[in-house]
Every structure is written in structure tokens, then in C-alpha cells.
Design a protein around this ligand. Structure first.
Ligand SMILES: N[C@@H](CCC(=O)N[C@@H](CS)C(=O)NCC(=O)O)C(=O)O
Length: 211
């Protein structure tokens, strides 16, 4: 398999973490996604991913997959060791809802392409992009904290939805790191902070986070 990857990408980090949890090796193909040298918007990379985003995964069967959630679920179906989704349908639905709260309602609002477009809007100045990022990160992680608090009040667990790391943790960890690195202390989100600290002790998470 080949992973089209960027070390700074939290979306690609989800796939790197899932691969590591499953003990799978891939060839990593770096794609520059920021600055004047960004390759992801160029035609050569659009041939890989028409959306111009990382990650993308070329499977051993020669199929190109995009979108981190689709890629991680593919890996979980084809390589069932260390399963990432729980067996119980209601818990699976909770995990997918949590993952979508990260992917669609938090991360999607703070990507480089959003910041690039903001910079073209009337009234933009140096404070606009950091304020935008802070707002959507706070609102997003407030929601993740509330989801975890409600679940854990009824079903306590070491990780998001069980006592082994799973799909929700694969998505939470890079997002929590993004918040901490943006200067938002995790202490204000106690469930998120406690789970992120446990995940940081696991090499698959620690060694594959975005840099
Ligand atoms: N929903 C997509 C998001 C992918 C995404 O936004 N990747 C970012 C890096 S974290 C990217 O390639 N950004 C390039 C850009 O925004 O121009 C996924 O989960 O794979």
C-alpha cells in the first residue's frame, strides 16, 4: 500500500495511527500542502485525489481511496486484527457520530484551504484567521467533551468508547493535539484531556501524530 501523506496533517495522522494499531506497513509519499510549494492543488496530485487533499491510500489491489474515515474503515474491514469499531450497533453509531463531530464539524472548518480563502475576504486582517480557528476549535471540542461526559456518566471507560483504543480515539487524538498546539489548554475539557494523555502513552498514537 502507498499512503499520500503530509507530516503536519491531522487527517493523515488518523490513517497513520490506524495503520500502526494494526501493525501494517505502507510506503509513505510526502505531499507538500502549505505555502508556495504546495503540491496538493496541482494537476499531478489531483490525479491521485480530485479533492486535492491528503490523505489518500493506494491499496495493494491498485484502488485509490480518499477521505480519512473511509480509508480507516476500509483498513478495519480488510485487516480485522485490533478492531477499531465496537461490535454493538448502538456503540458503533455513537462512535461514528463522535468521529463525524471531529471530521465534519471541527477539522473541516480549520484547514489550510479555509484559512487561504478567509485571507481573500473583505476586512481580513492578521487577527481574523487565529480568531476563526480558535472559535471553531473551542466549539468543536466543547461538543466532543459533552458527548464524552454524557457517555461516560453511564458507561465509564479508559478510552472514548471502551477500554482499548478505537476509531473515536484515532480521530480525537490529532484534534486534541491541534487544540493544545493552538494554545487552548486541554484542562478545560477534562474527559478529552484524560483520554488524550492515555493515548499519548501509546506508541501508535505518539509516534504518528502530526508534526
Ligand atoms: N475530510 C478530509 C479532510 C482532508 C484534509 O482537509 N486534509 C488537509 C490536511 S489535514 C489538506 O489536505 N489540506 C490541504 C488544503 O486545505 O489545501 C479527510 O478526513 O481526509
Amino acid at each position: 500500500m502507498k499512503l499520500y501523506d503530509a507530516a503536519i496533517s491531522s487527517a493523515a495522522a488518523r490513517v497513520r495511527i490506524a495503520l500502526a494499531l494494526k501493525g501494517l506497513q505502507v510506503d509513505r509519499i510526502p505531499v507538500e500542502i502549505v505555502g508556495a510549494g504546495a503540491e496538493n492543488r496541482r494537476p499531478a496530485y489531483r490525479d491521485v485525489n480530485p479533492q486535492g487533499l491528503v490523505p489518500a491510500l493506494l491499496t495493494d489491489d491498485g484502488v485509490l481511496l480518499t477521505q480519512s474515515l473511509a480509508i480507516v474503515e476500509y483498513l478495519d474491514e480488510v485487516y480485522p486484527q485490533a478492531p477499531l469499531l465496537p461490535a454493538d450497533p448502538a456503540t458503533r453509531a455513537w462512535v461514528r457520530a463522535f468521529v463525524l463531530a471531529v471530521l465534519a464539524e471541527t477539522h473541516a472548518l480549520v484547514t489550510p484551504r479555509v484559512a487561504n480563502h478567509l485571507a481573500t475576504m473583505p476586512g481580513f486582517d492578521g487577527t481574523t484567521a487565529p480568531a476563526w480557528r480558535r472559535h471553531w476549535t473551542e466549539e468543536g471540542i466543547d461538543a466532543l467533551e459533552a458527548l464524552l461526559a454524557r457517555r461516560h456518566a453511564v458507561t465509564p471507560s479508559r478510552f472514548c468508547a471502551g477500554d482499548a483504543p478505537g476509531l473515536a480515539d484515532v480521530f480525537l487524538f490529532p484534534q486534541a493535539l491541534n487544540a493544545a498546539r493552538a494554545g487552548l489548554p486541554l484542562a478545560r475539557w477534562p474527559h478529552v484531556e484524560a483520554i488524550a494523555a492515555r493515548l499519548a502513552d501509546i506508541p501508535a498514537f505518539r509516534d504518528n501524530a502530526q508534526r
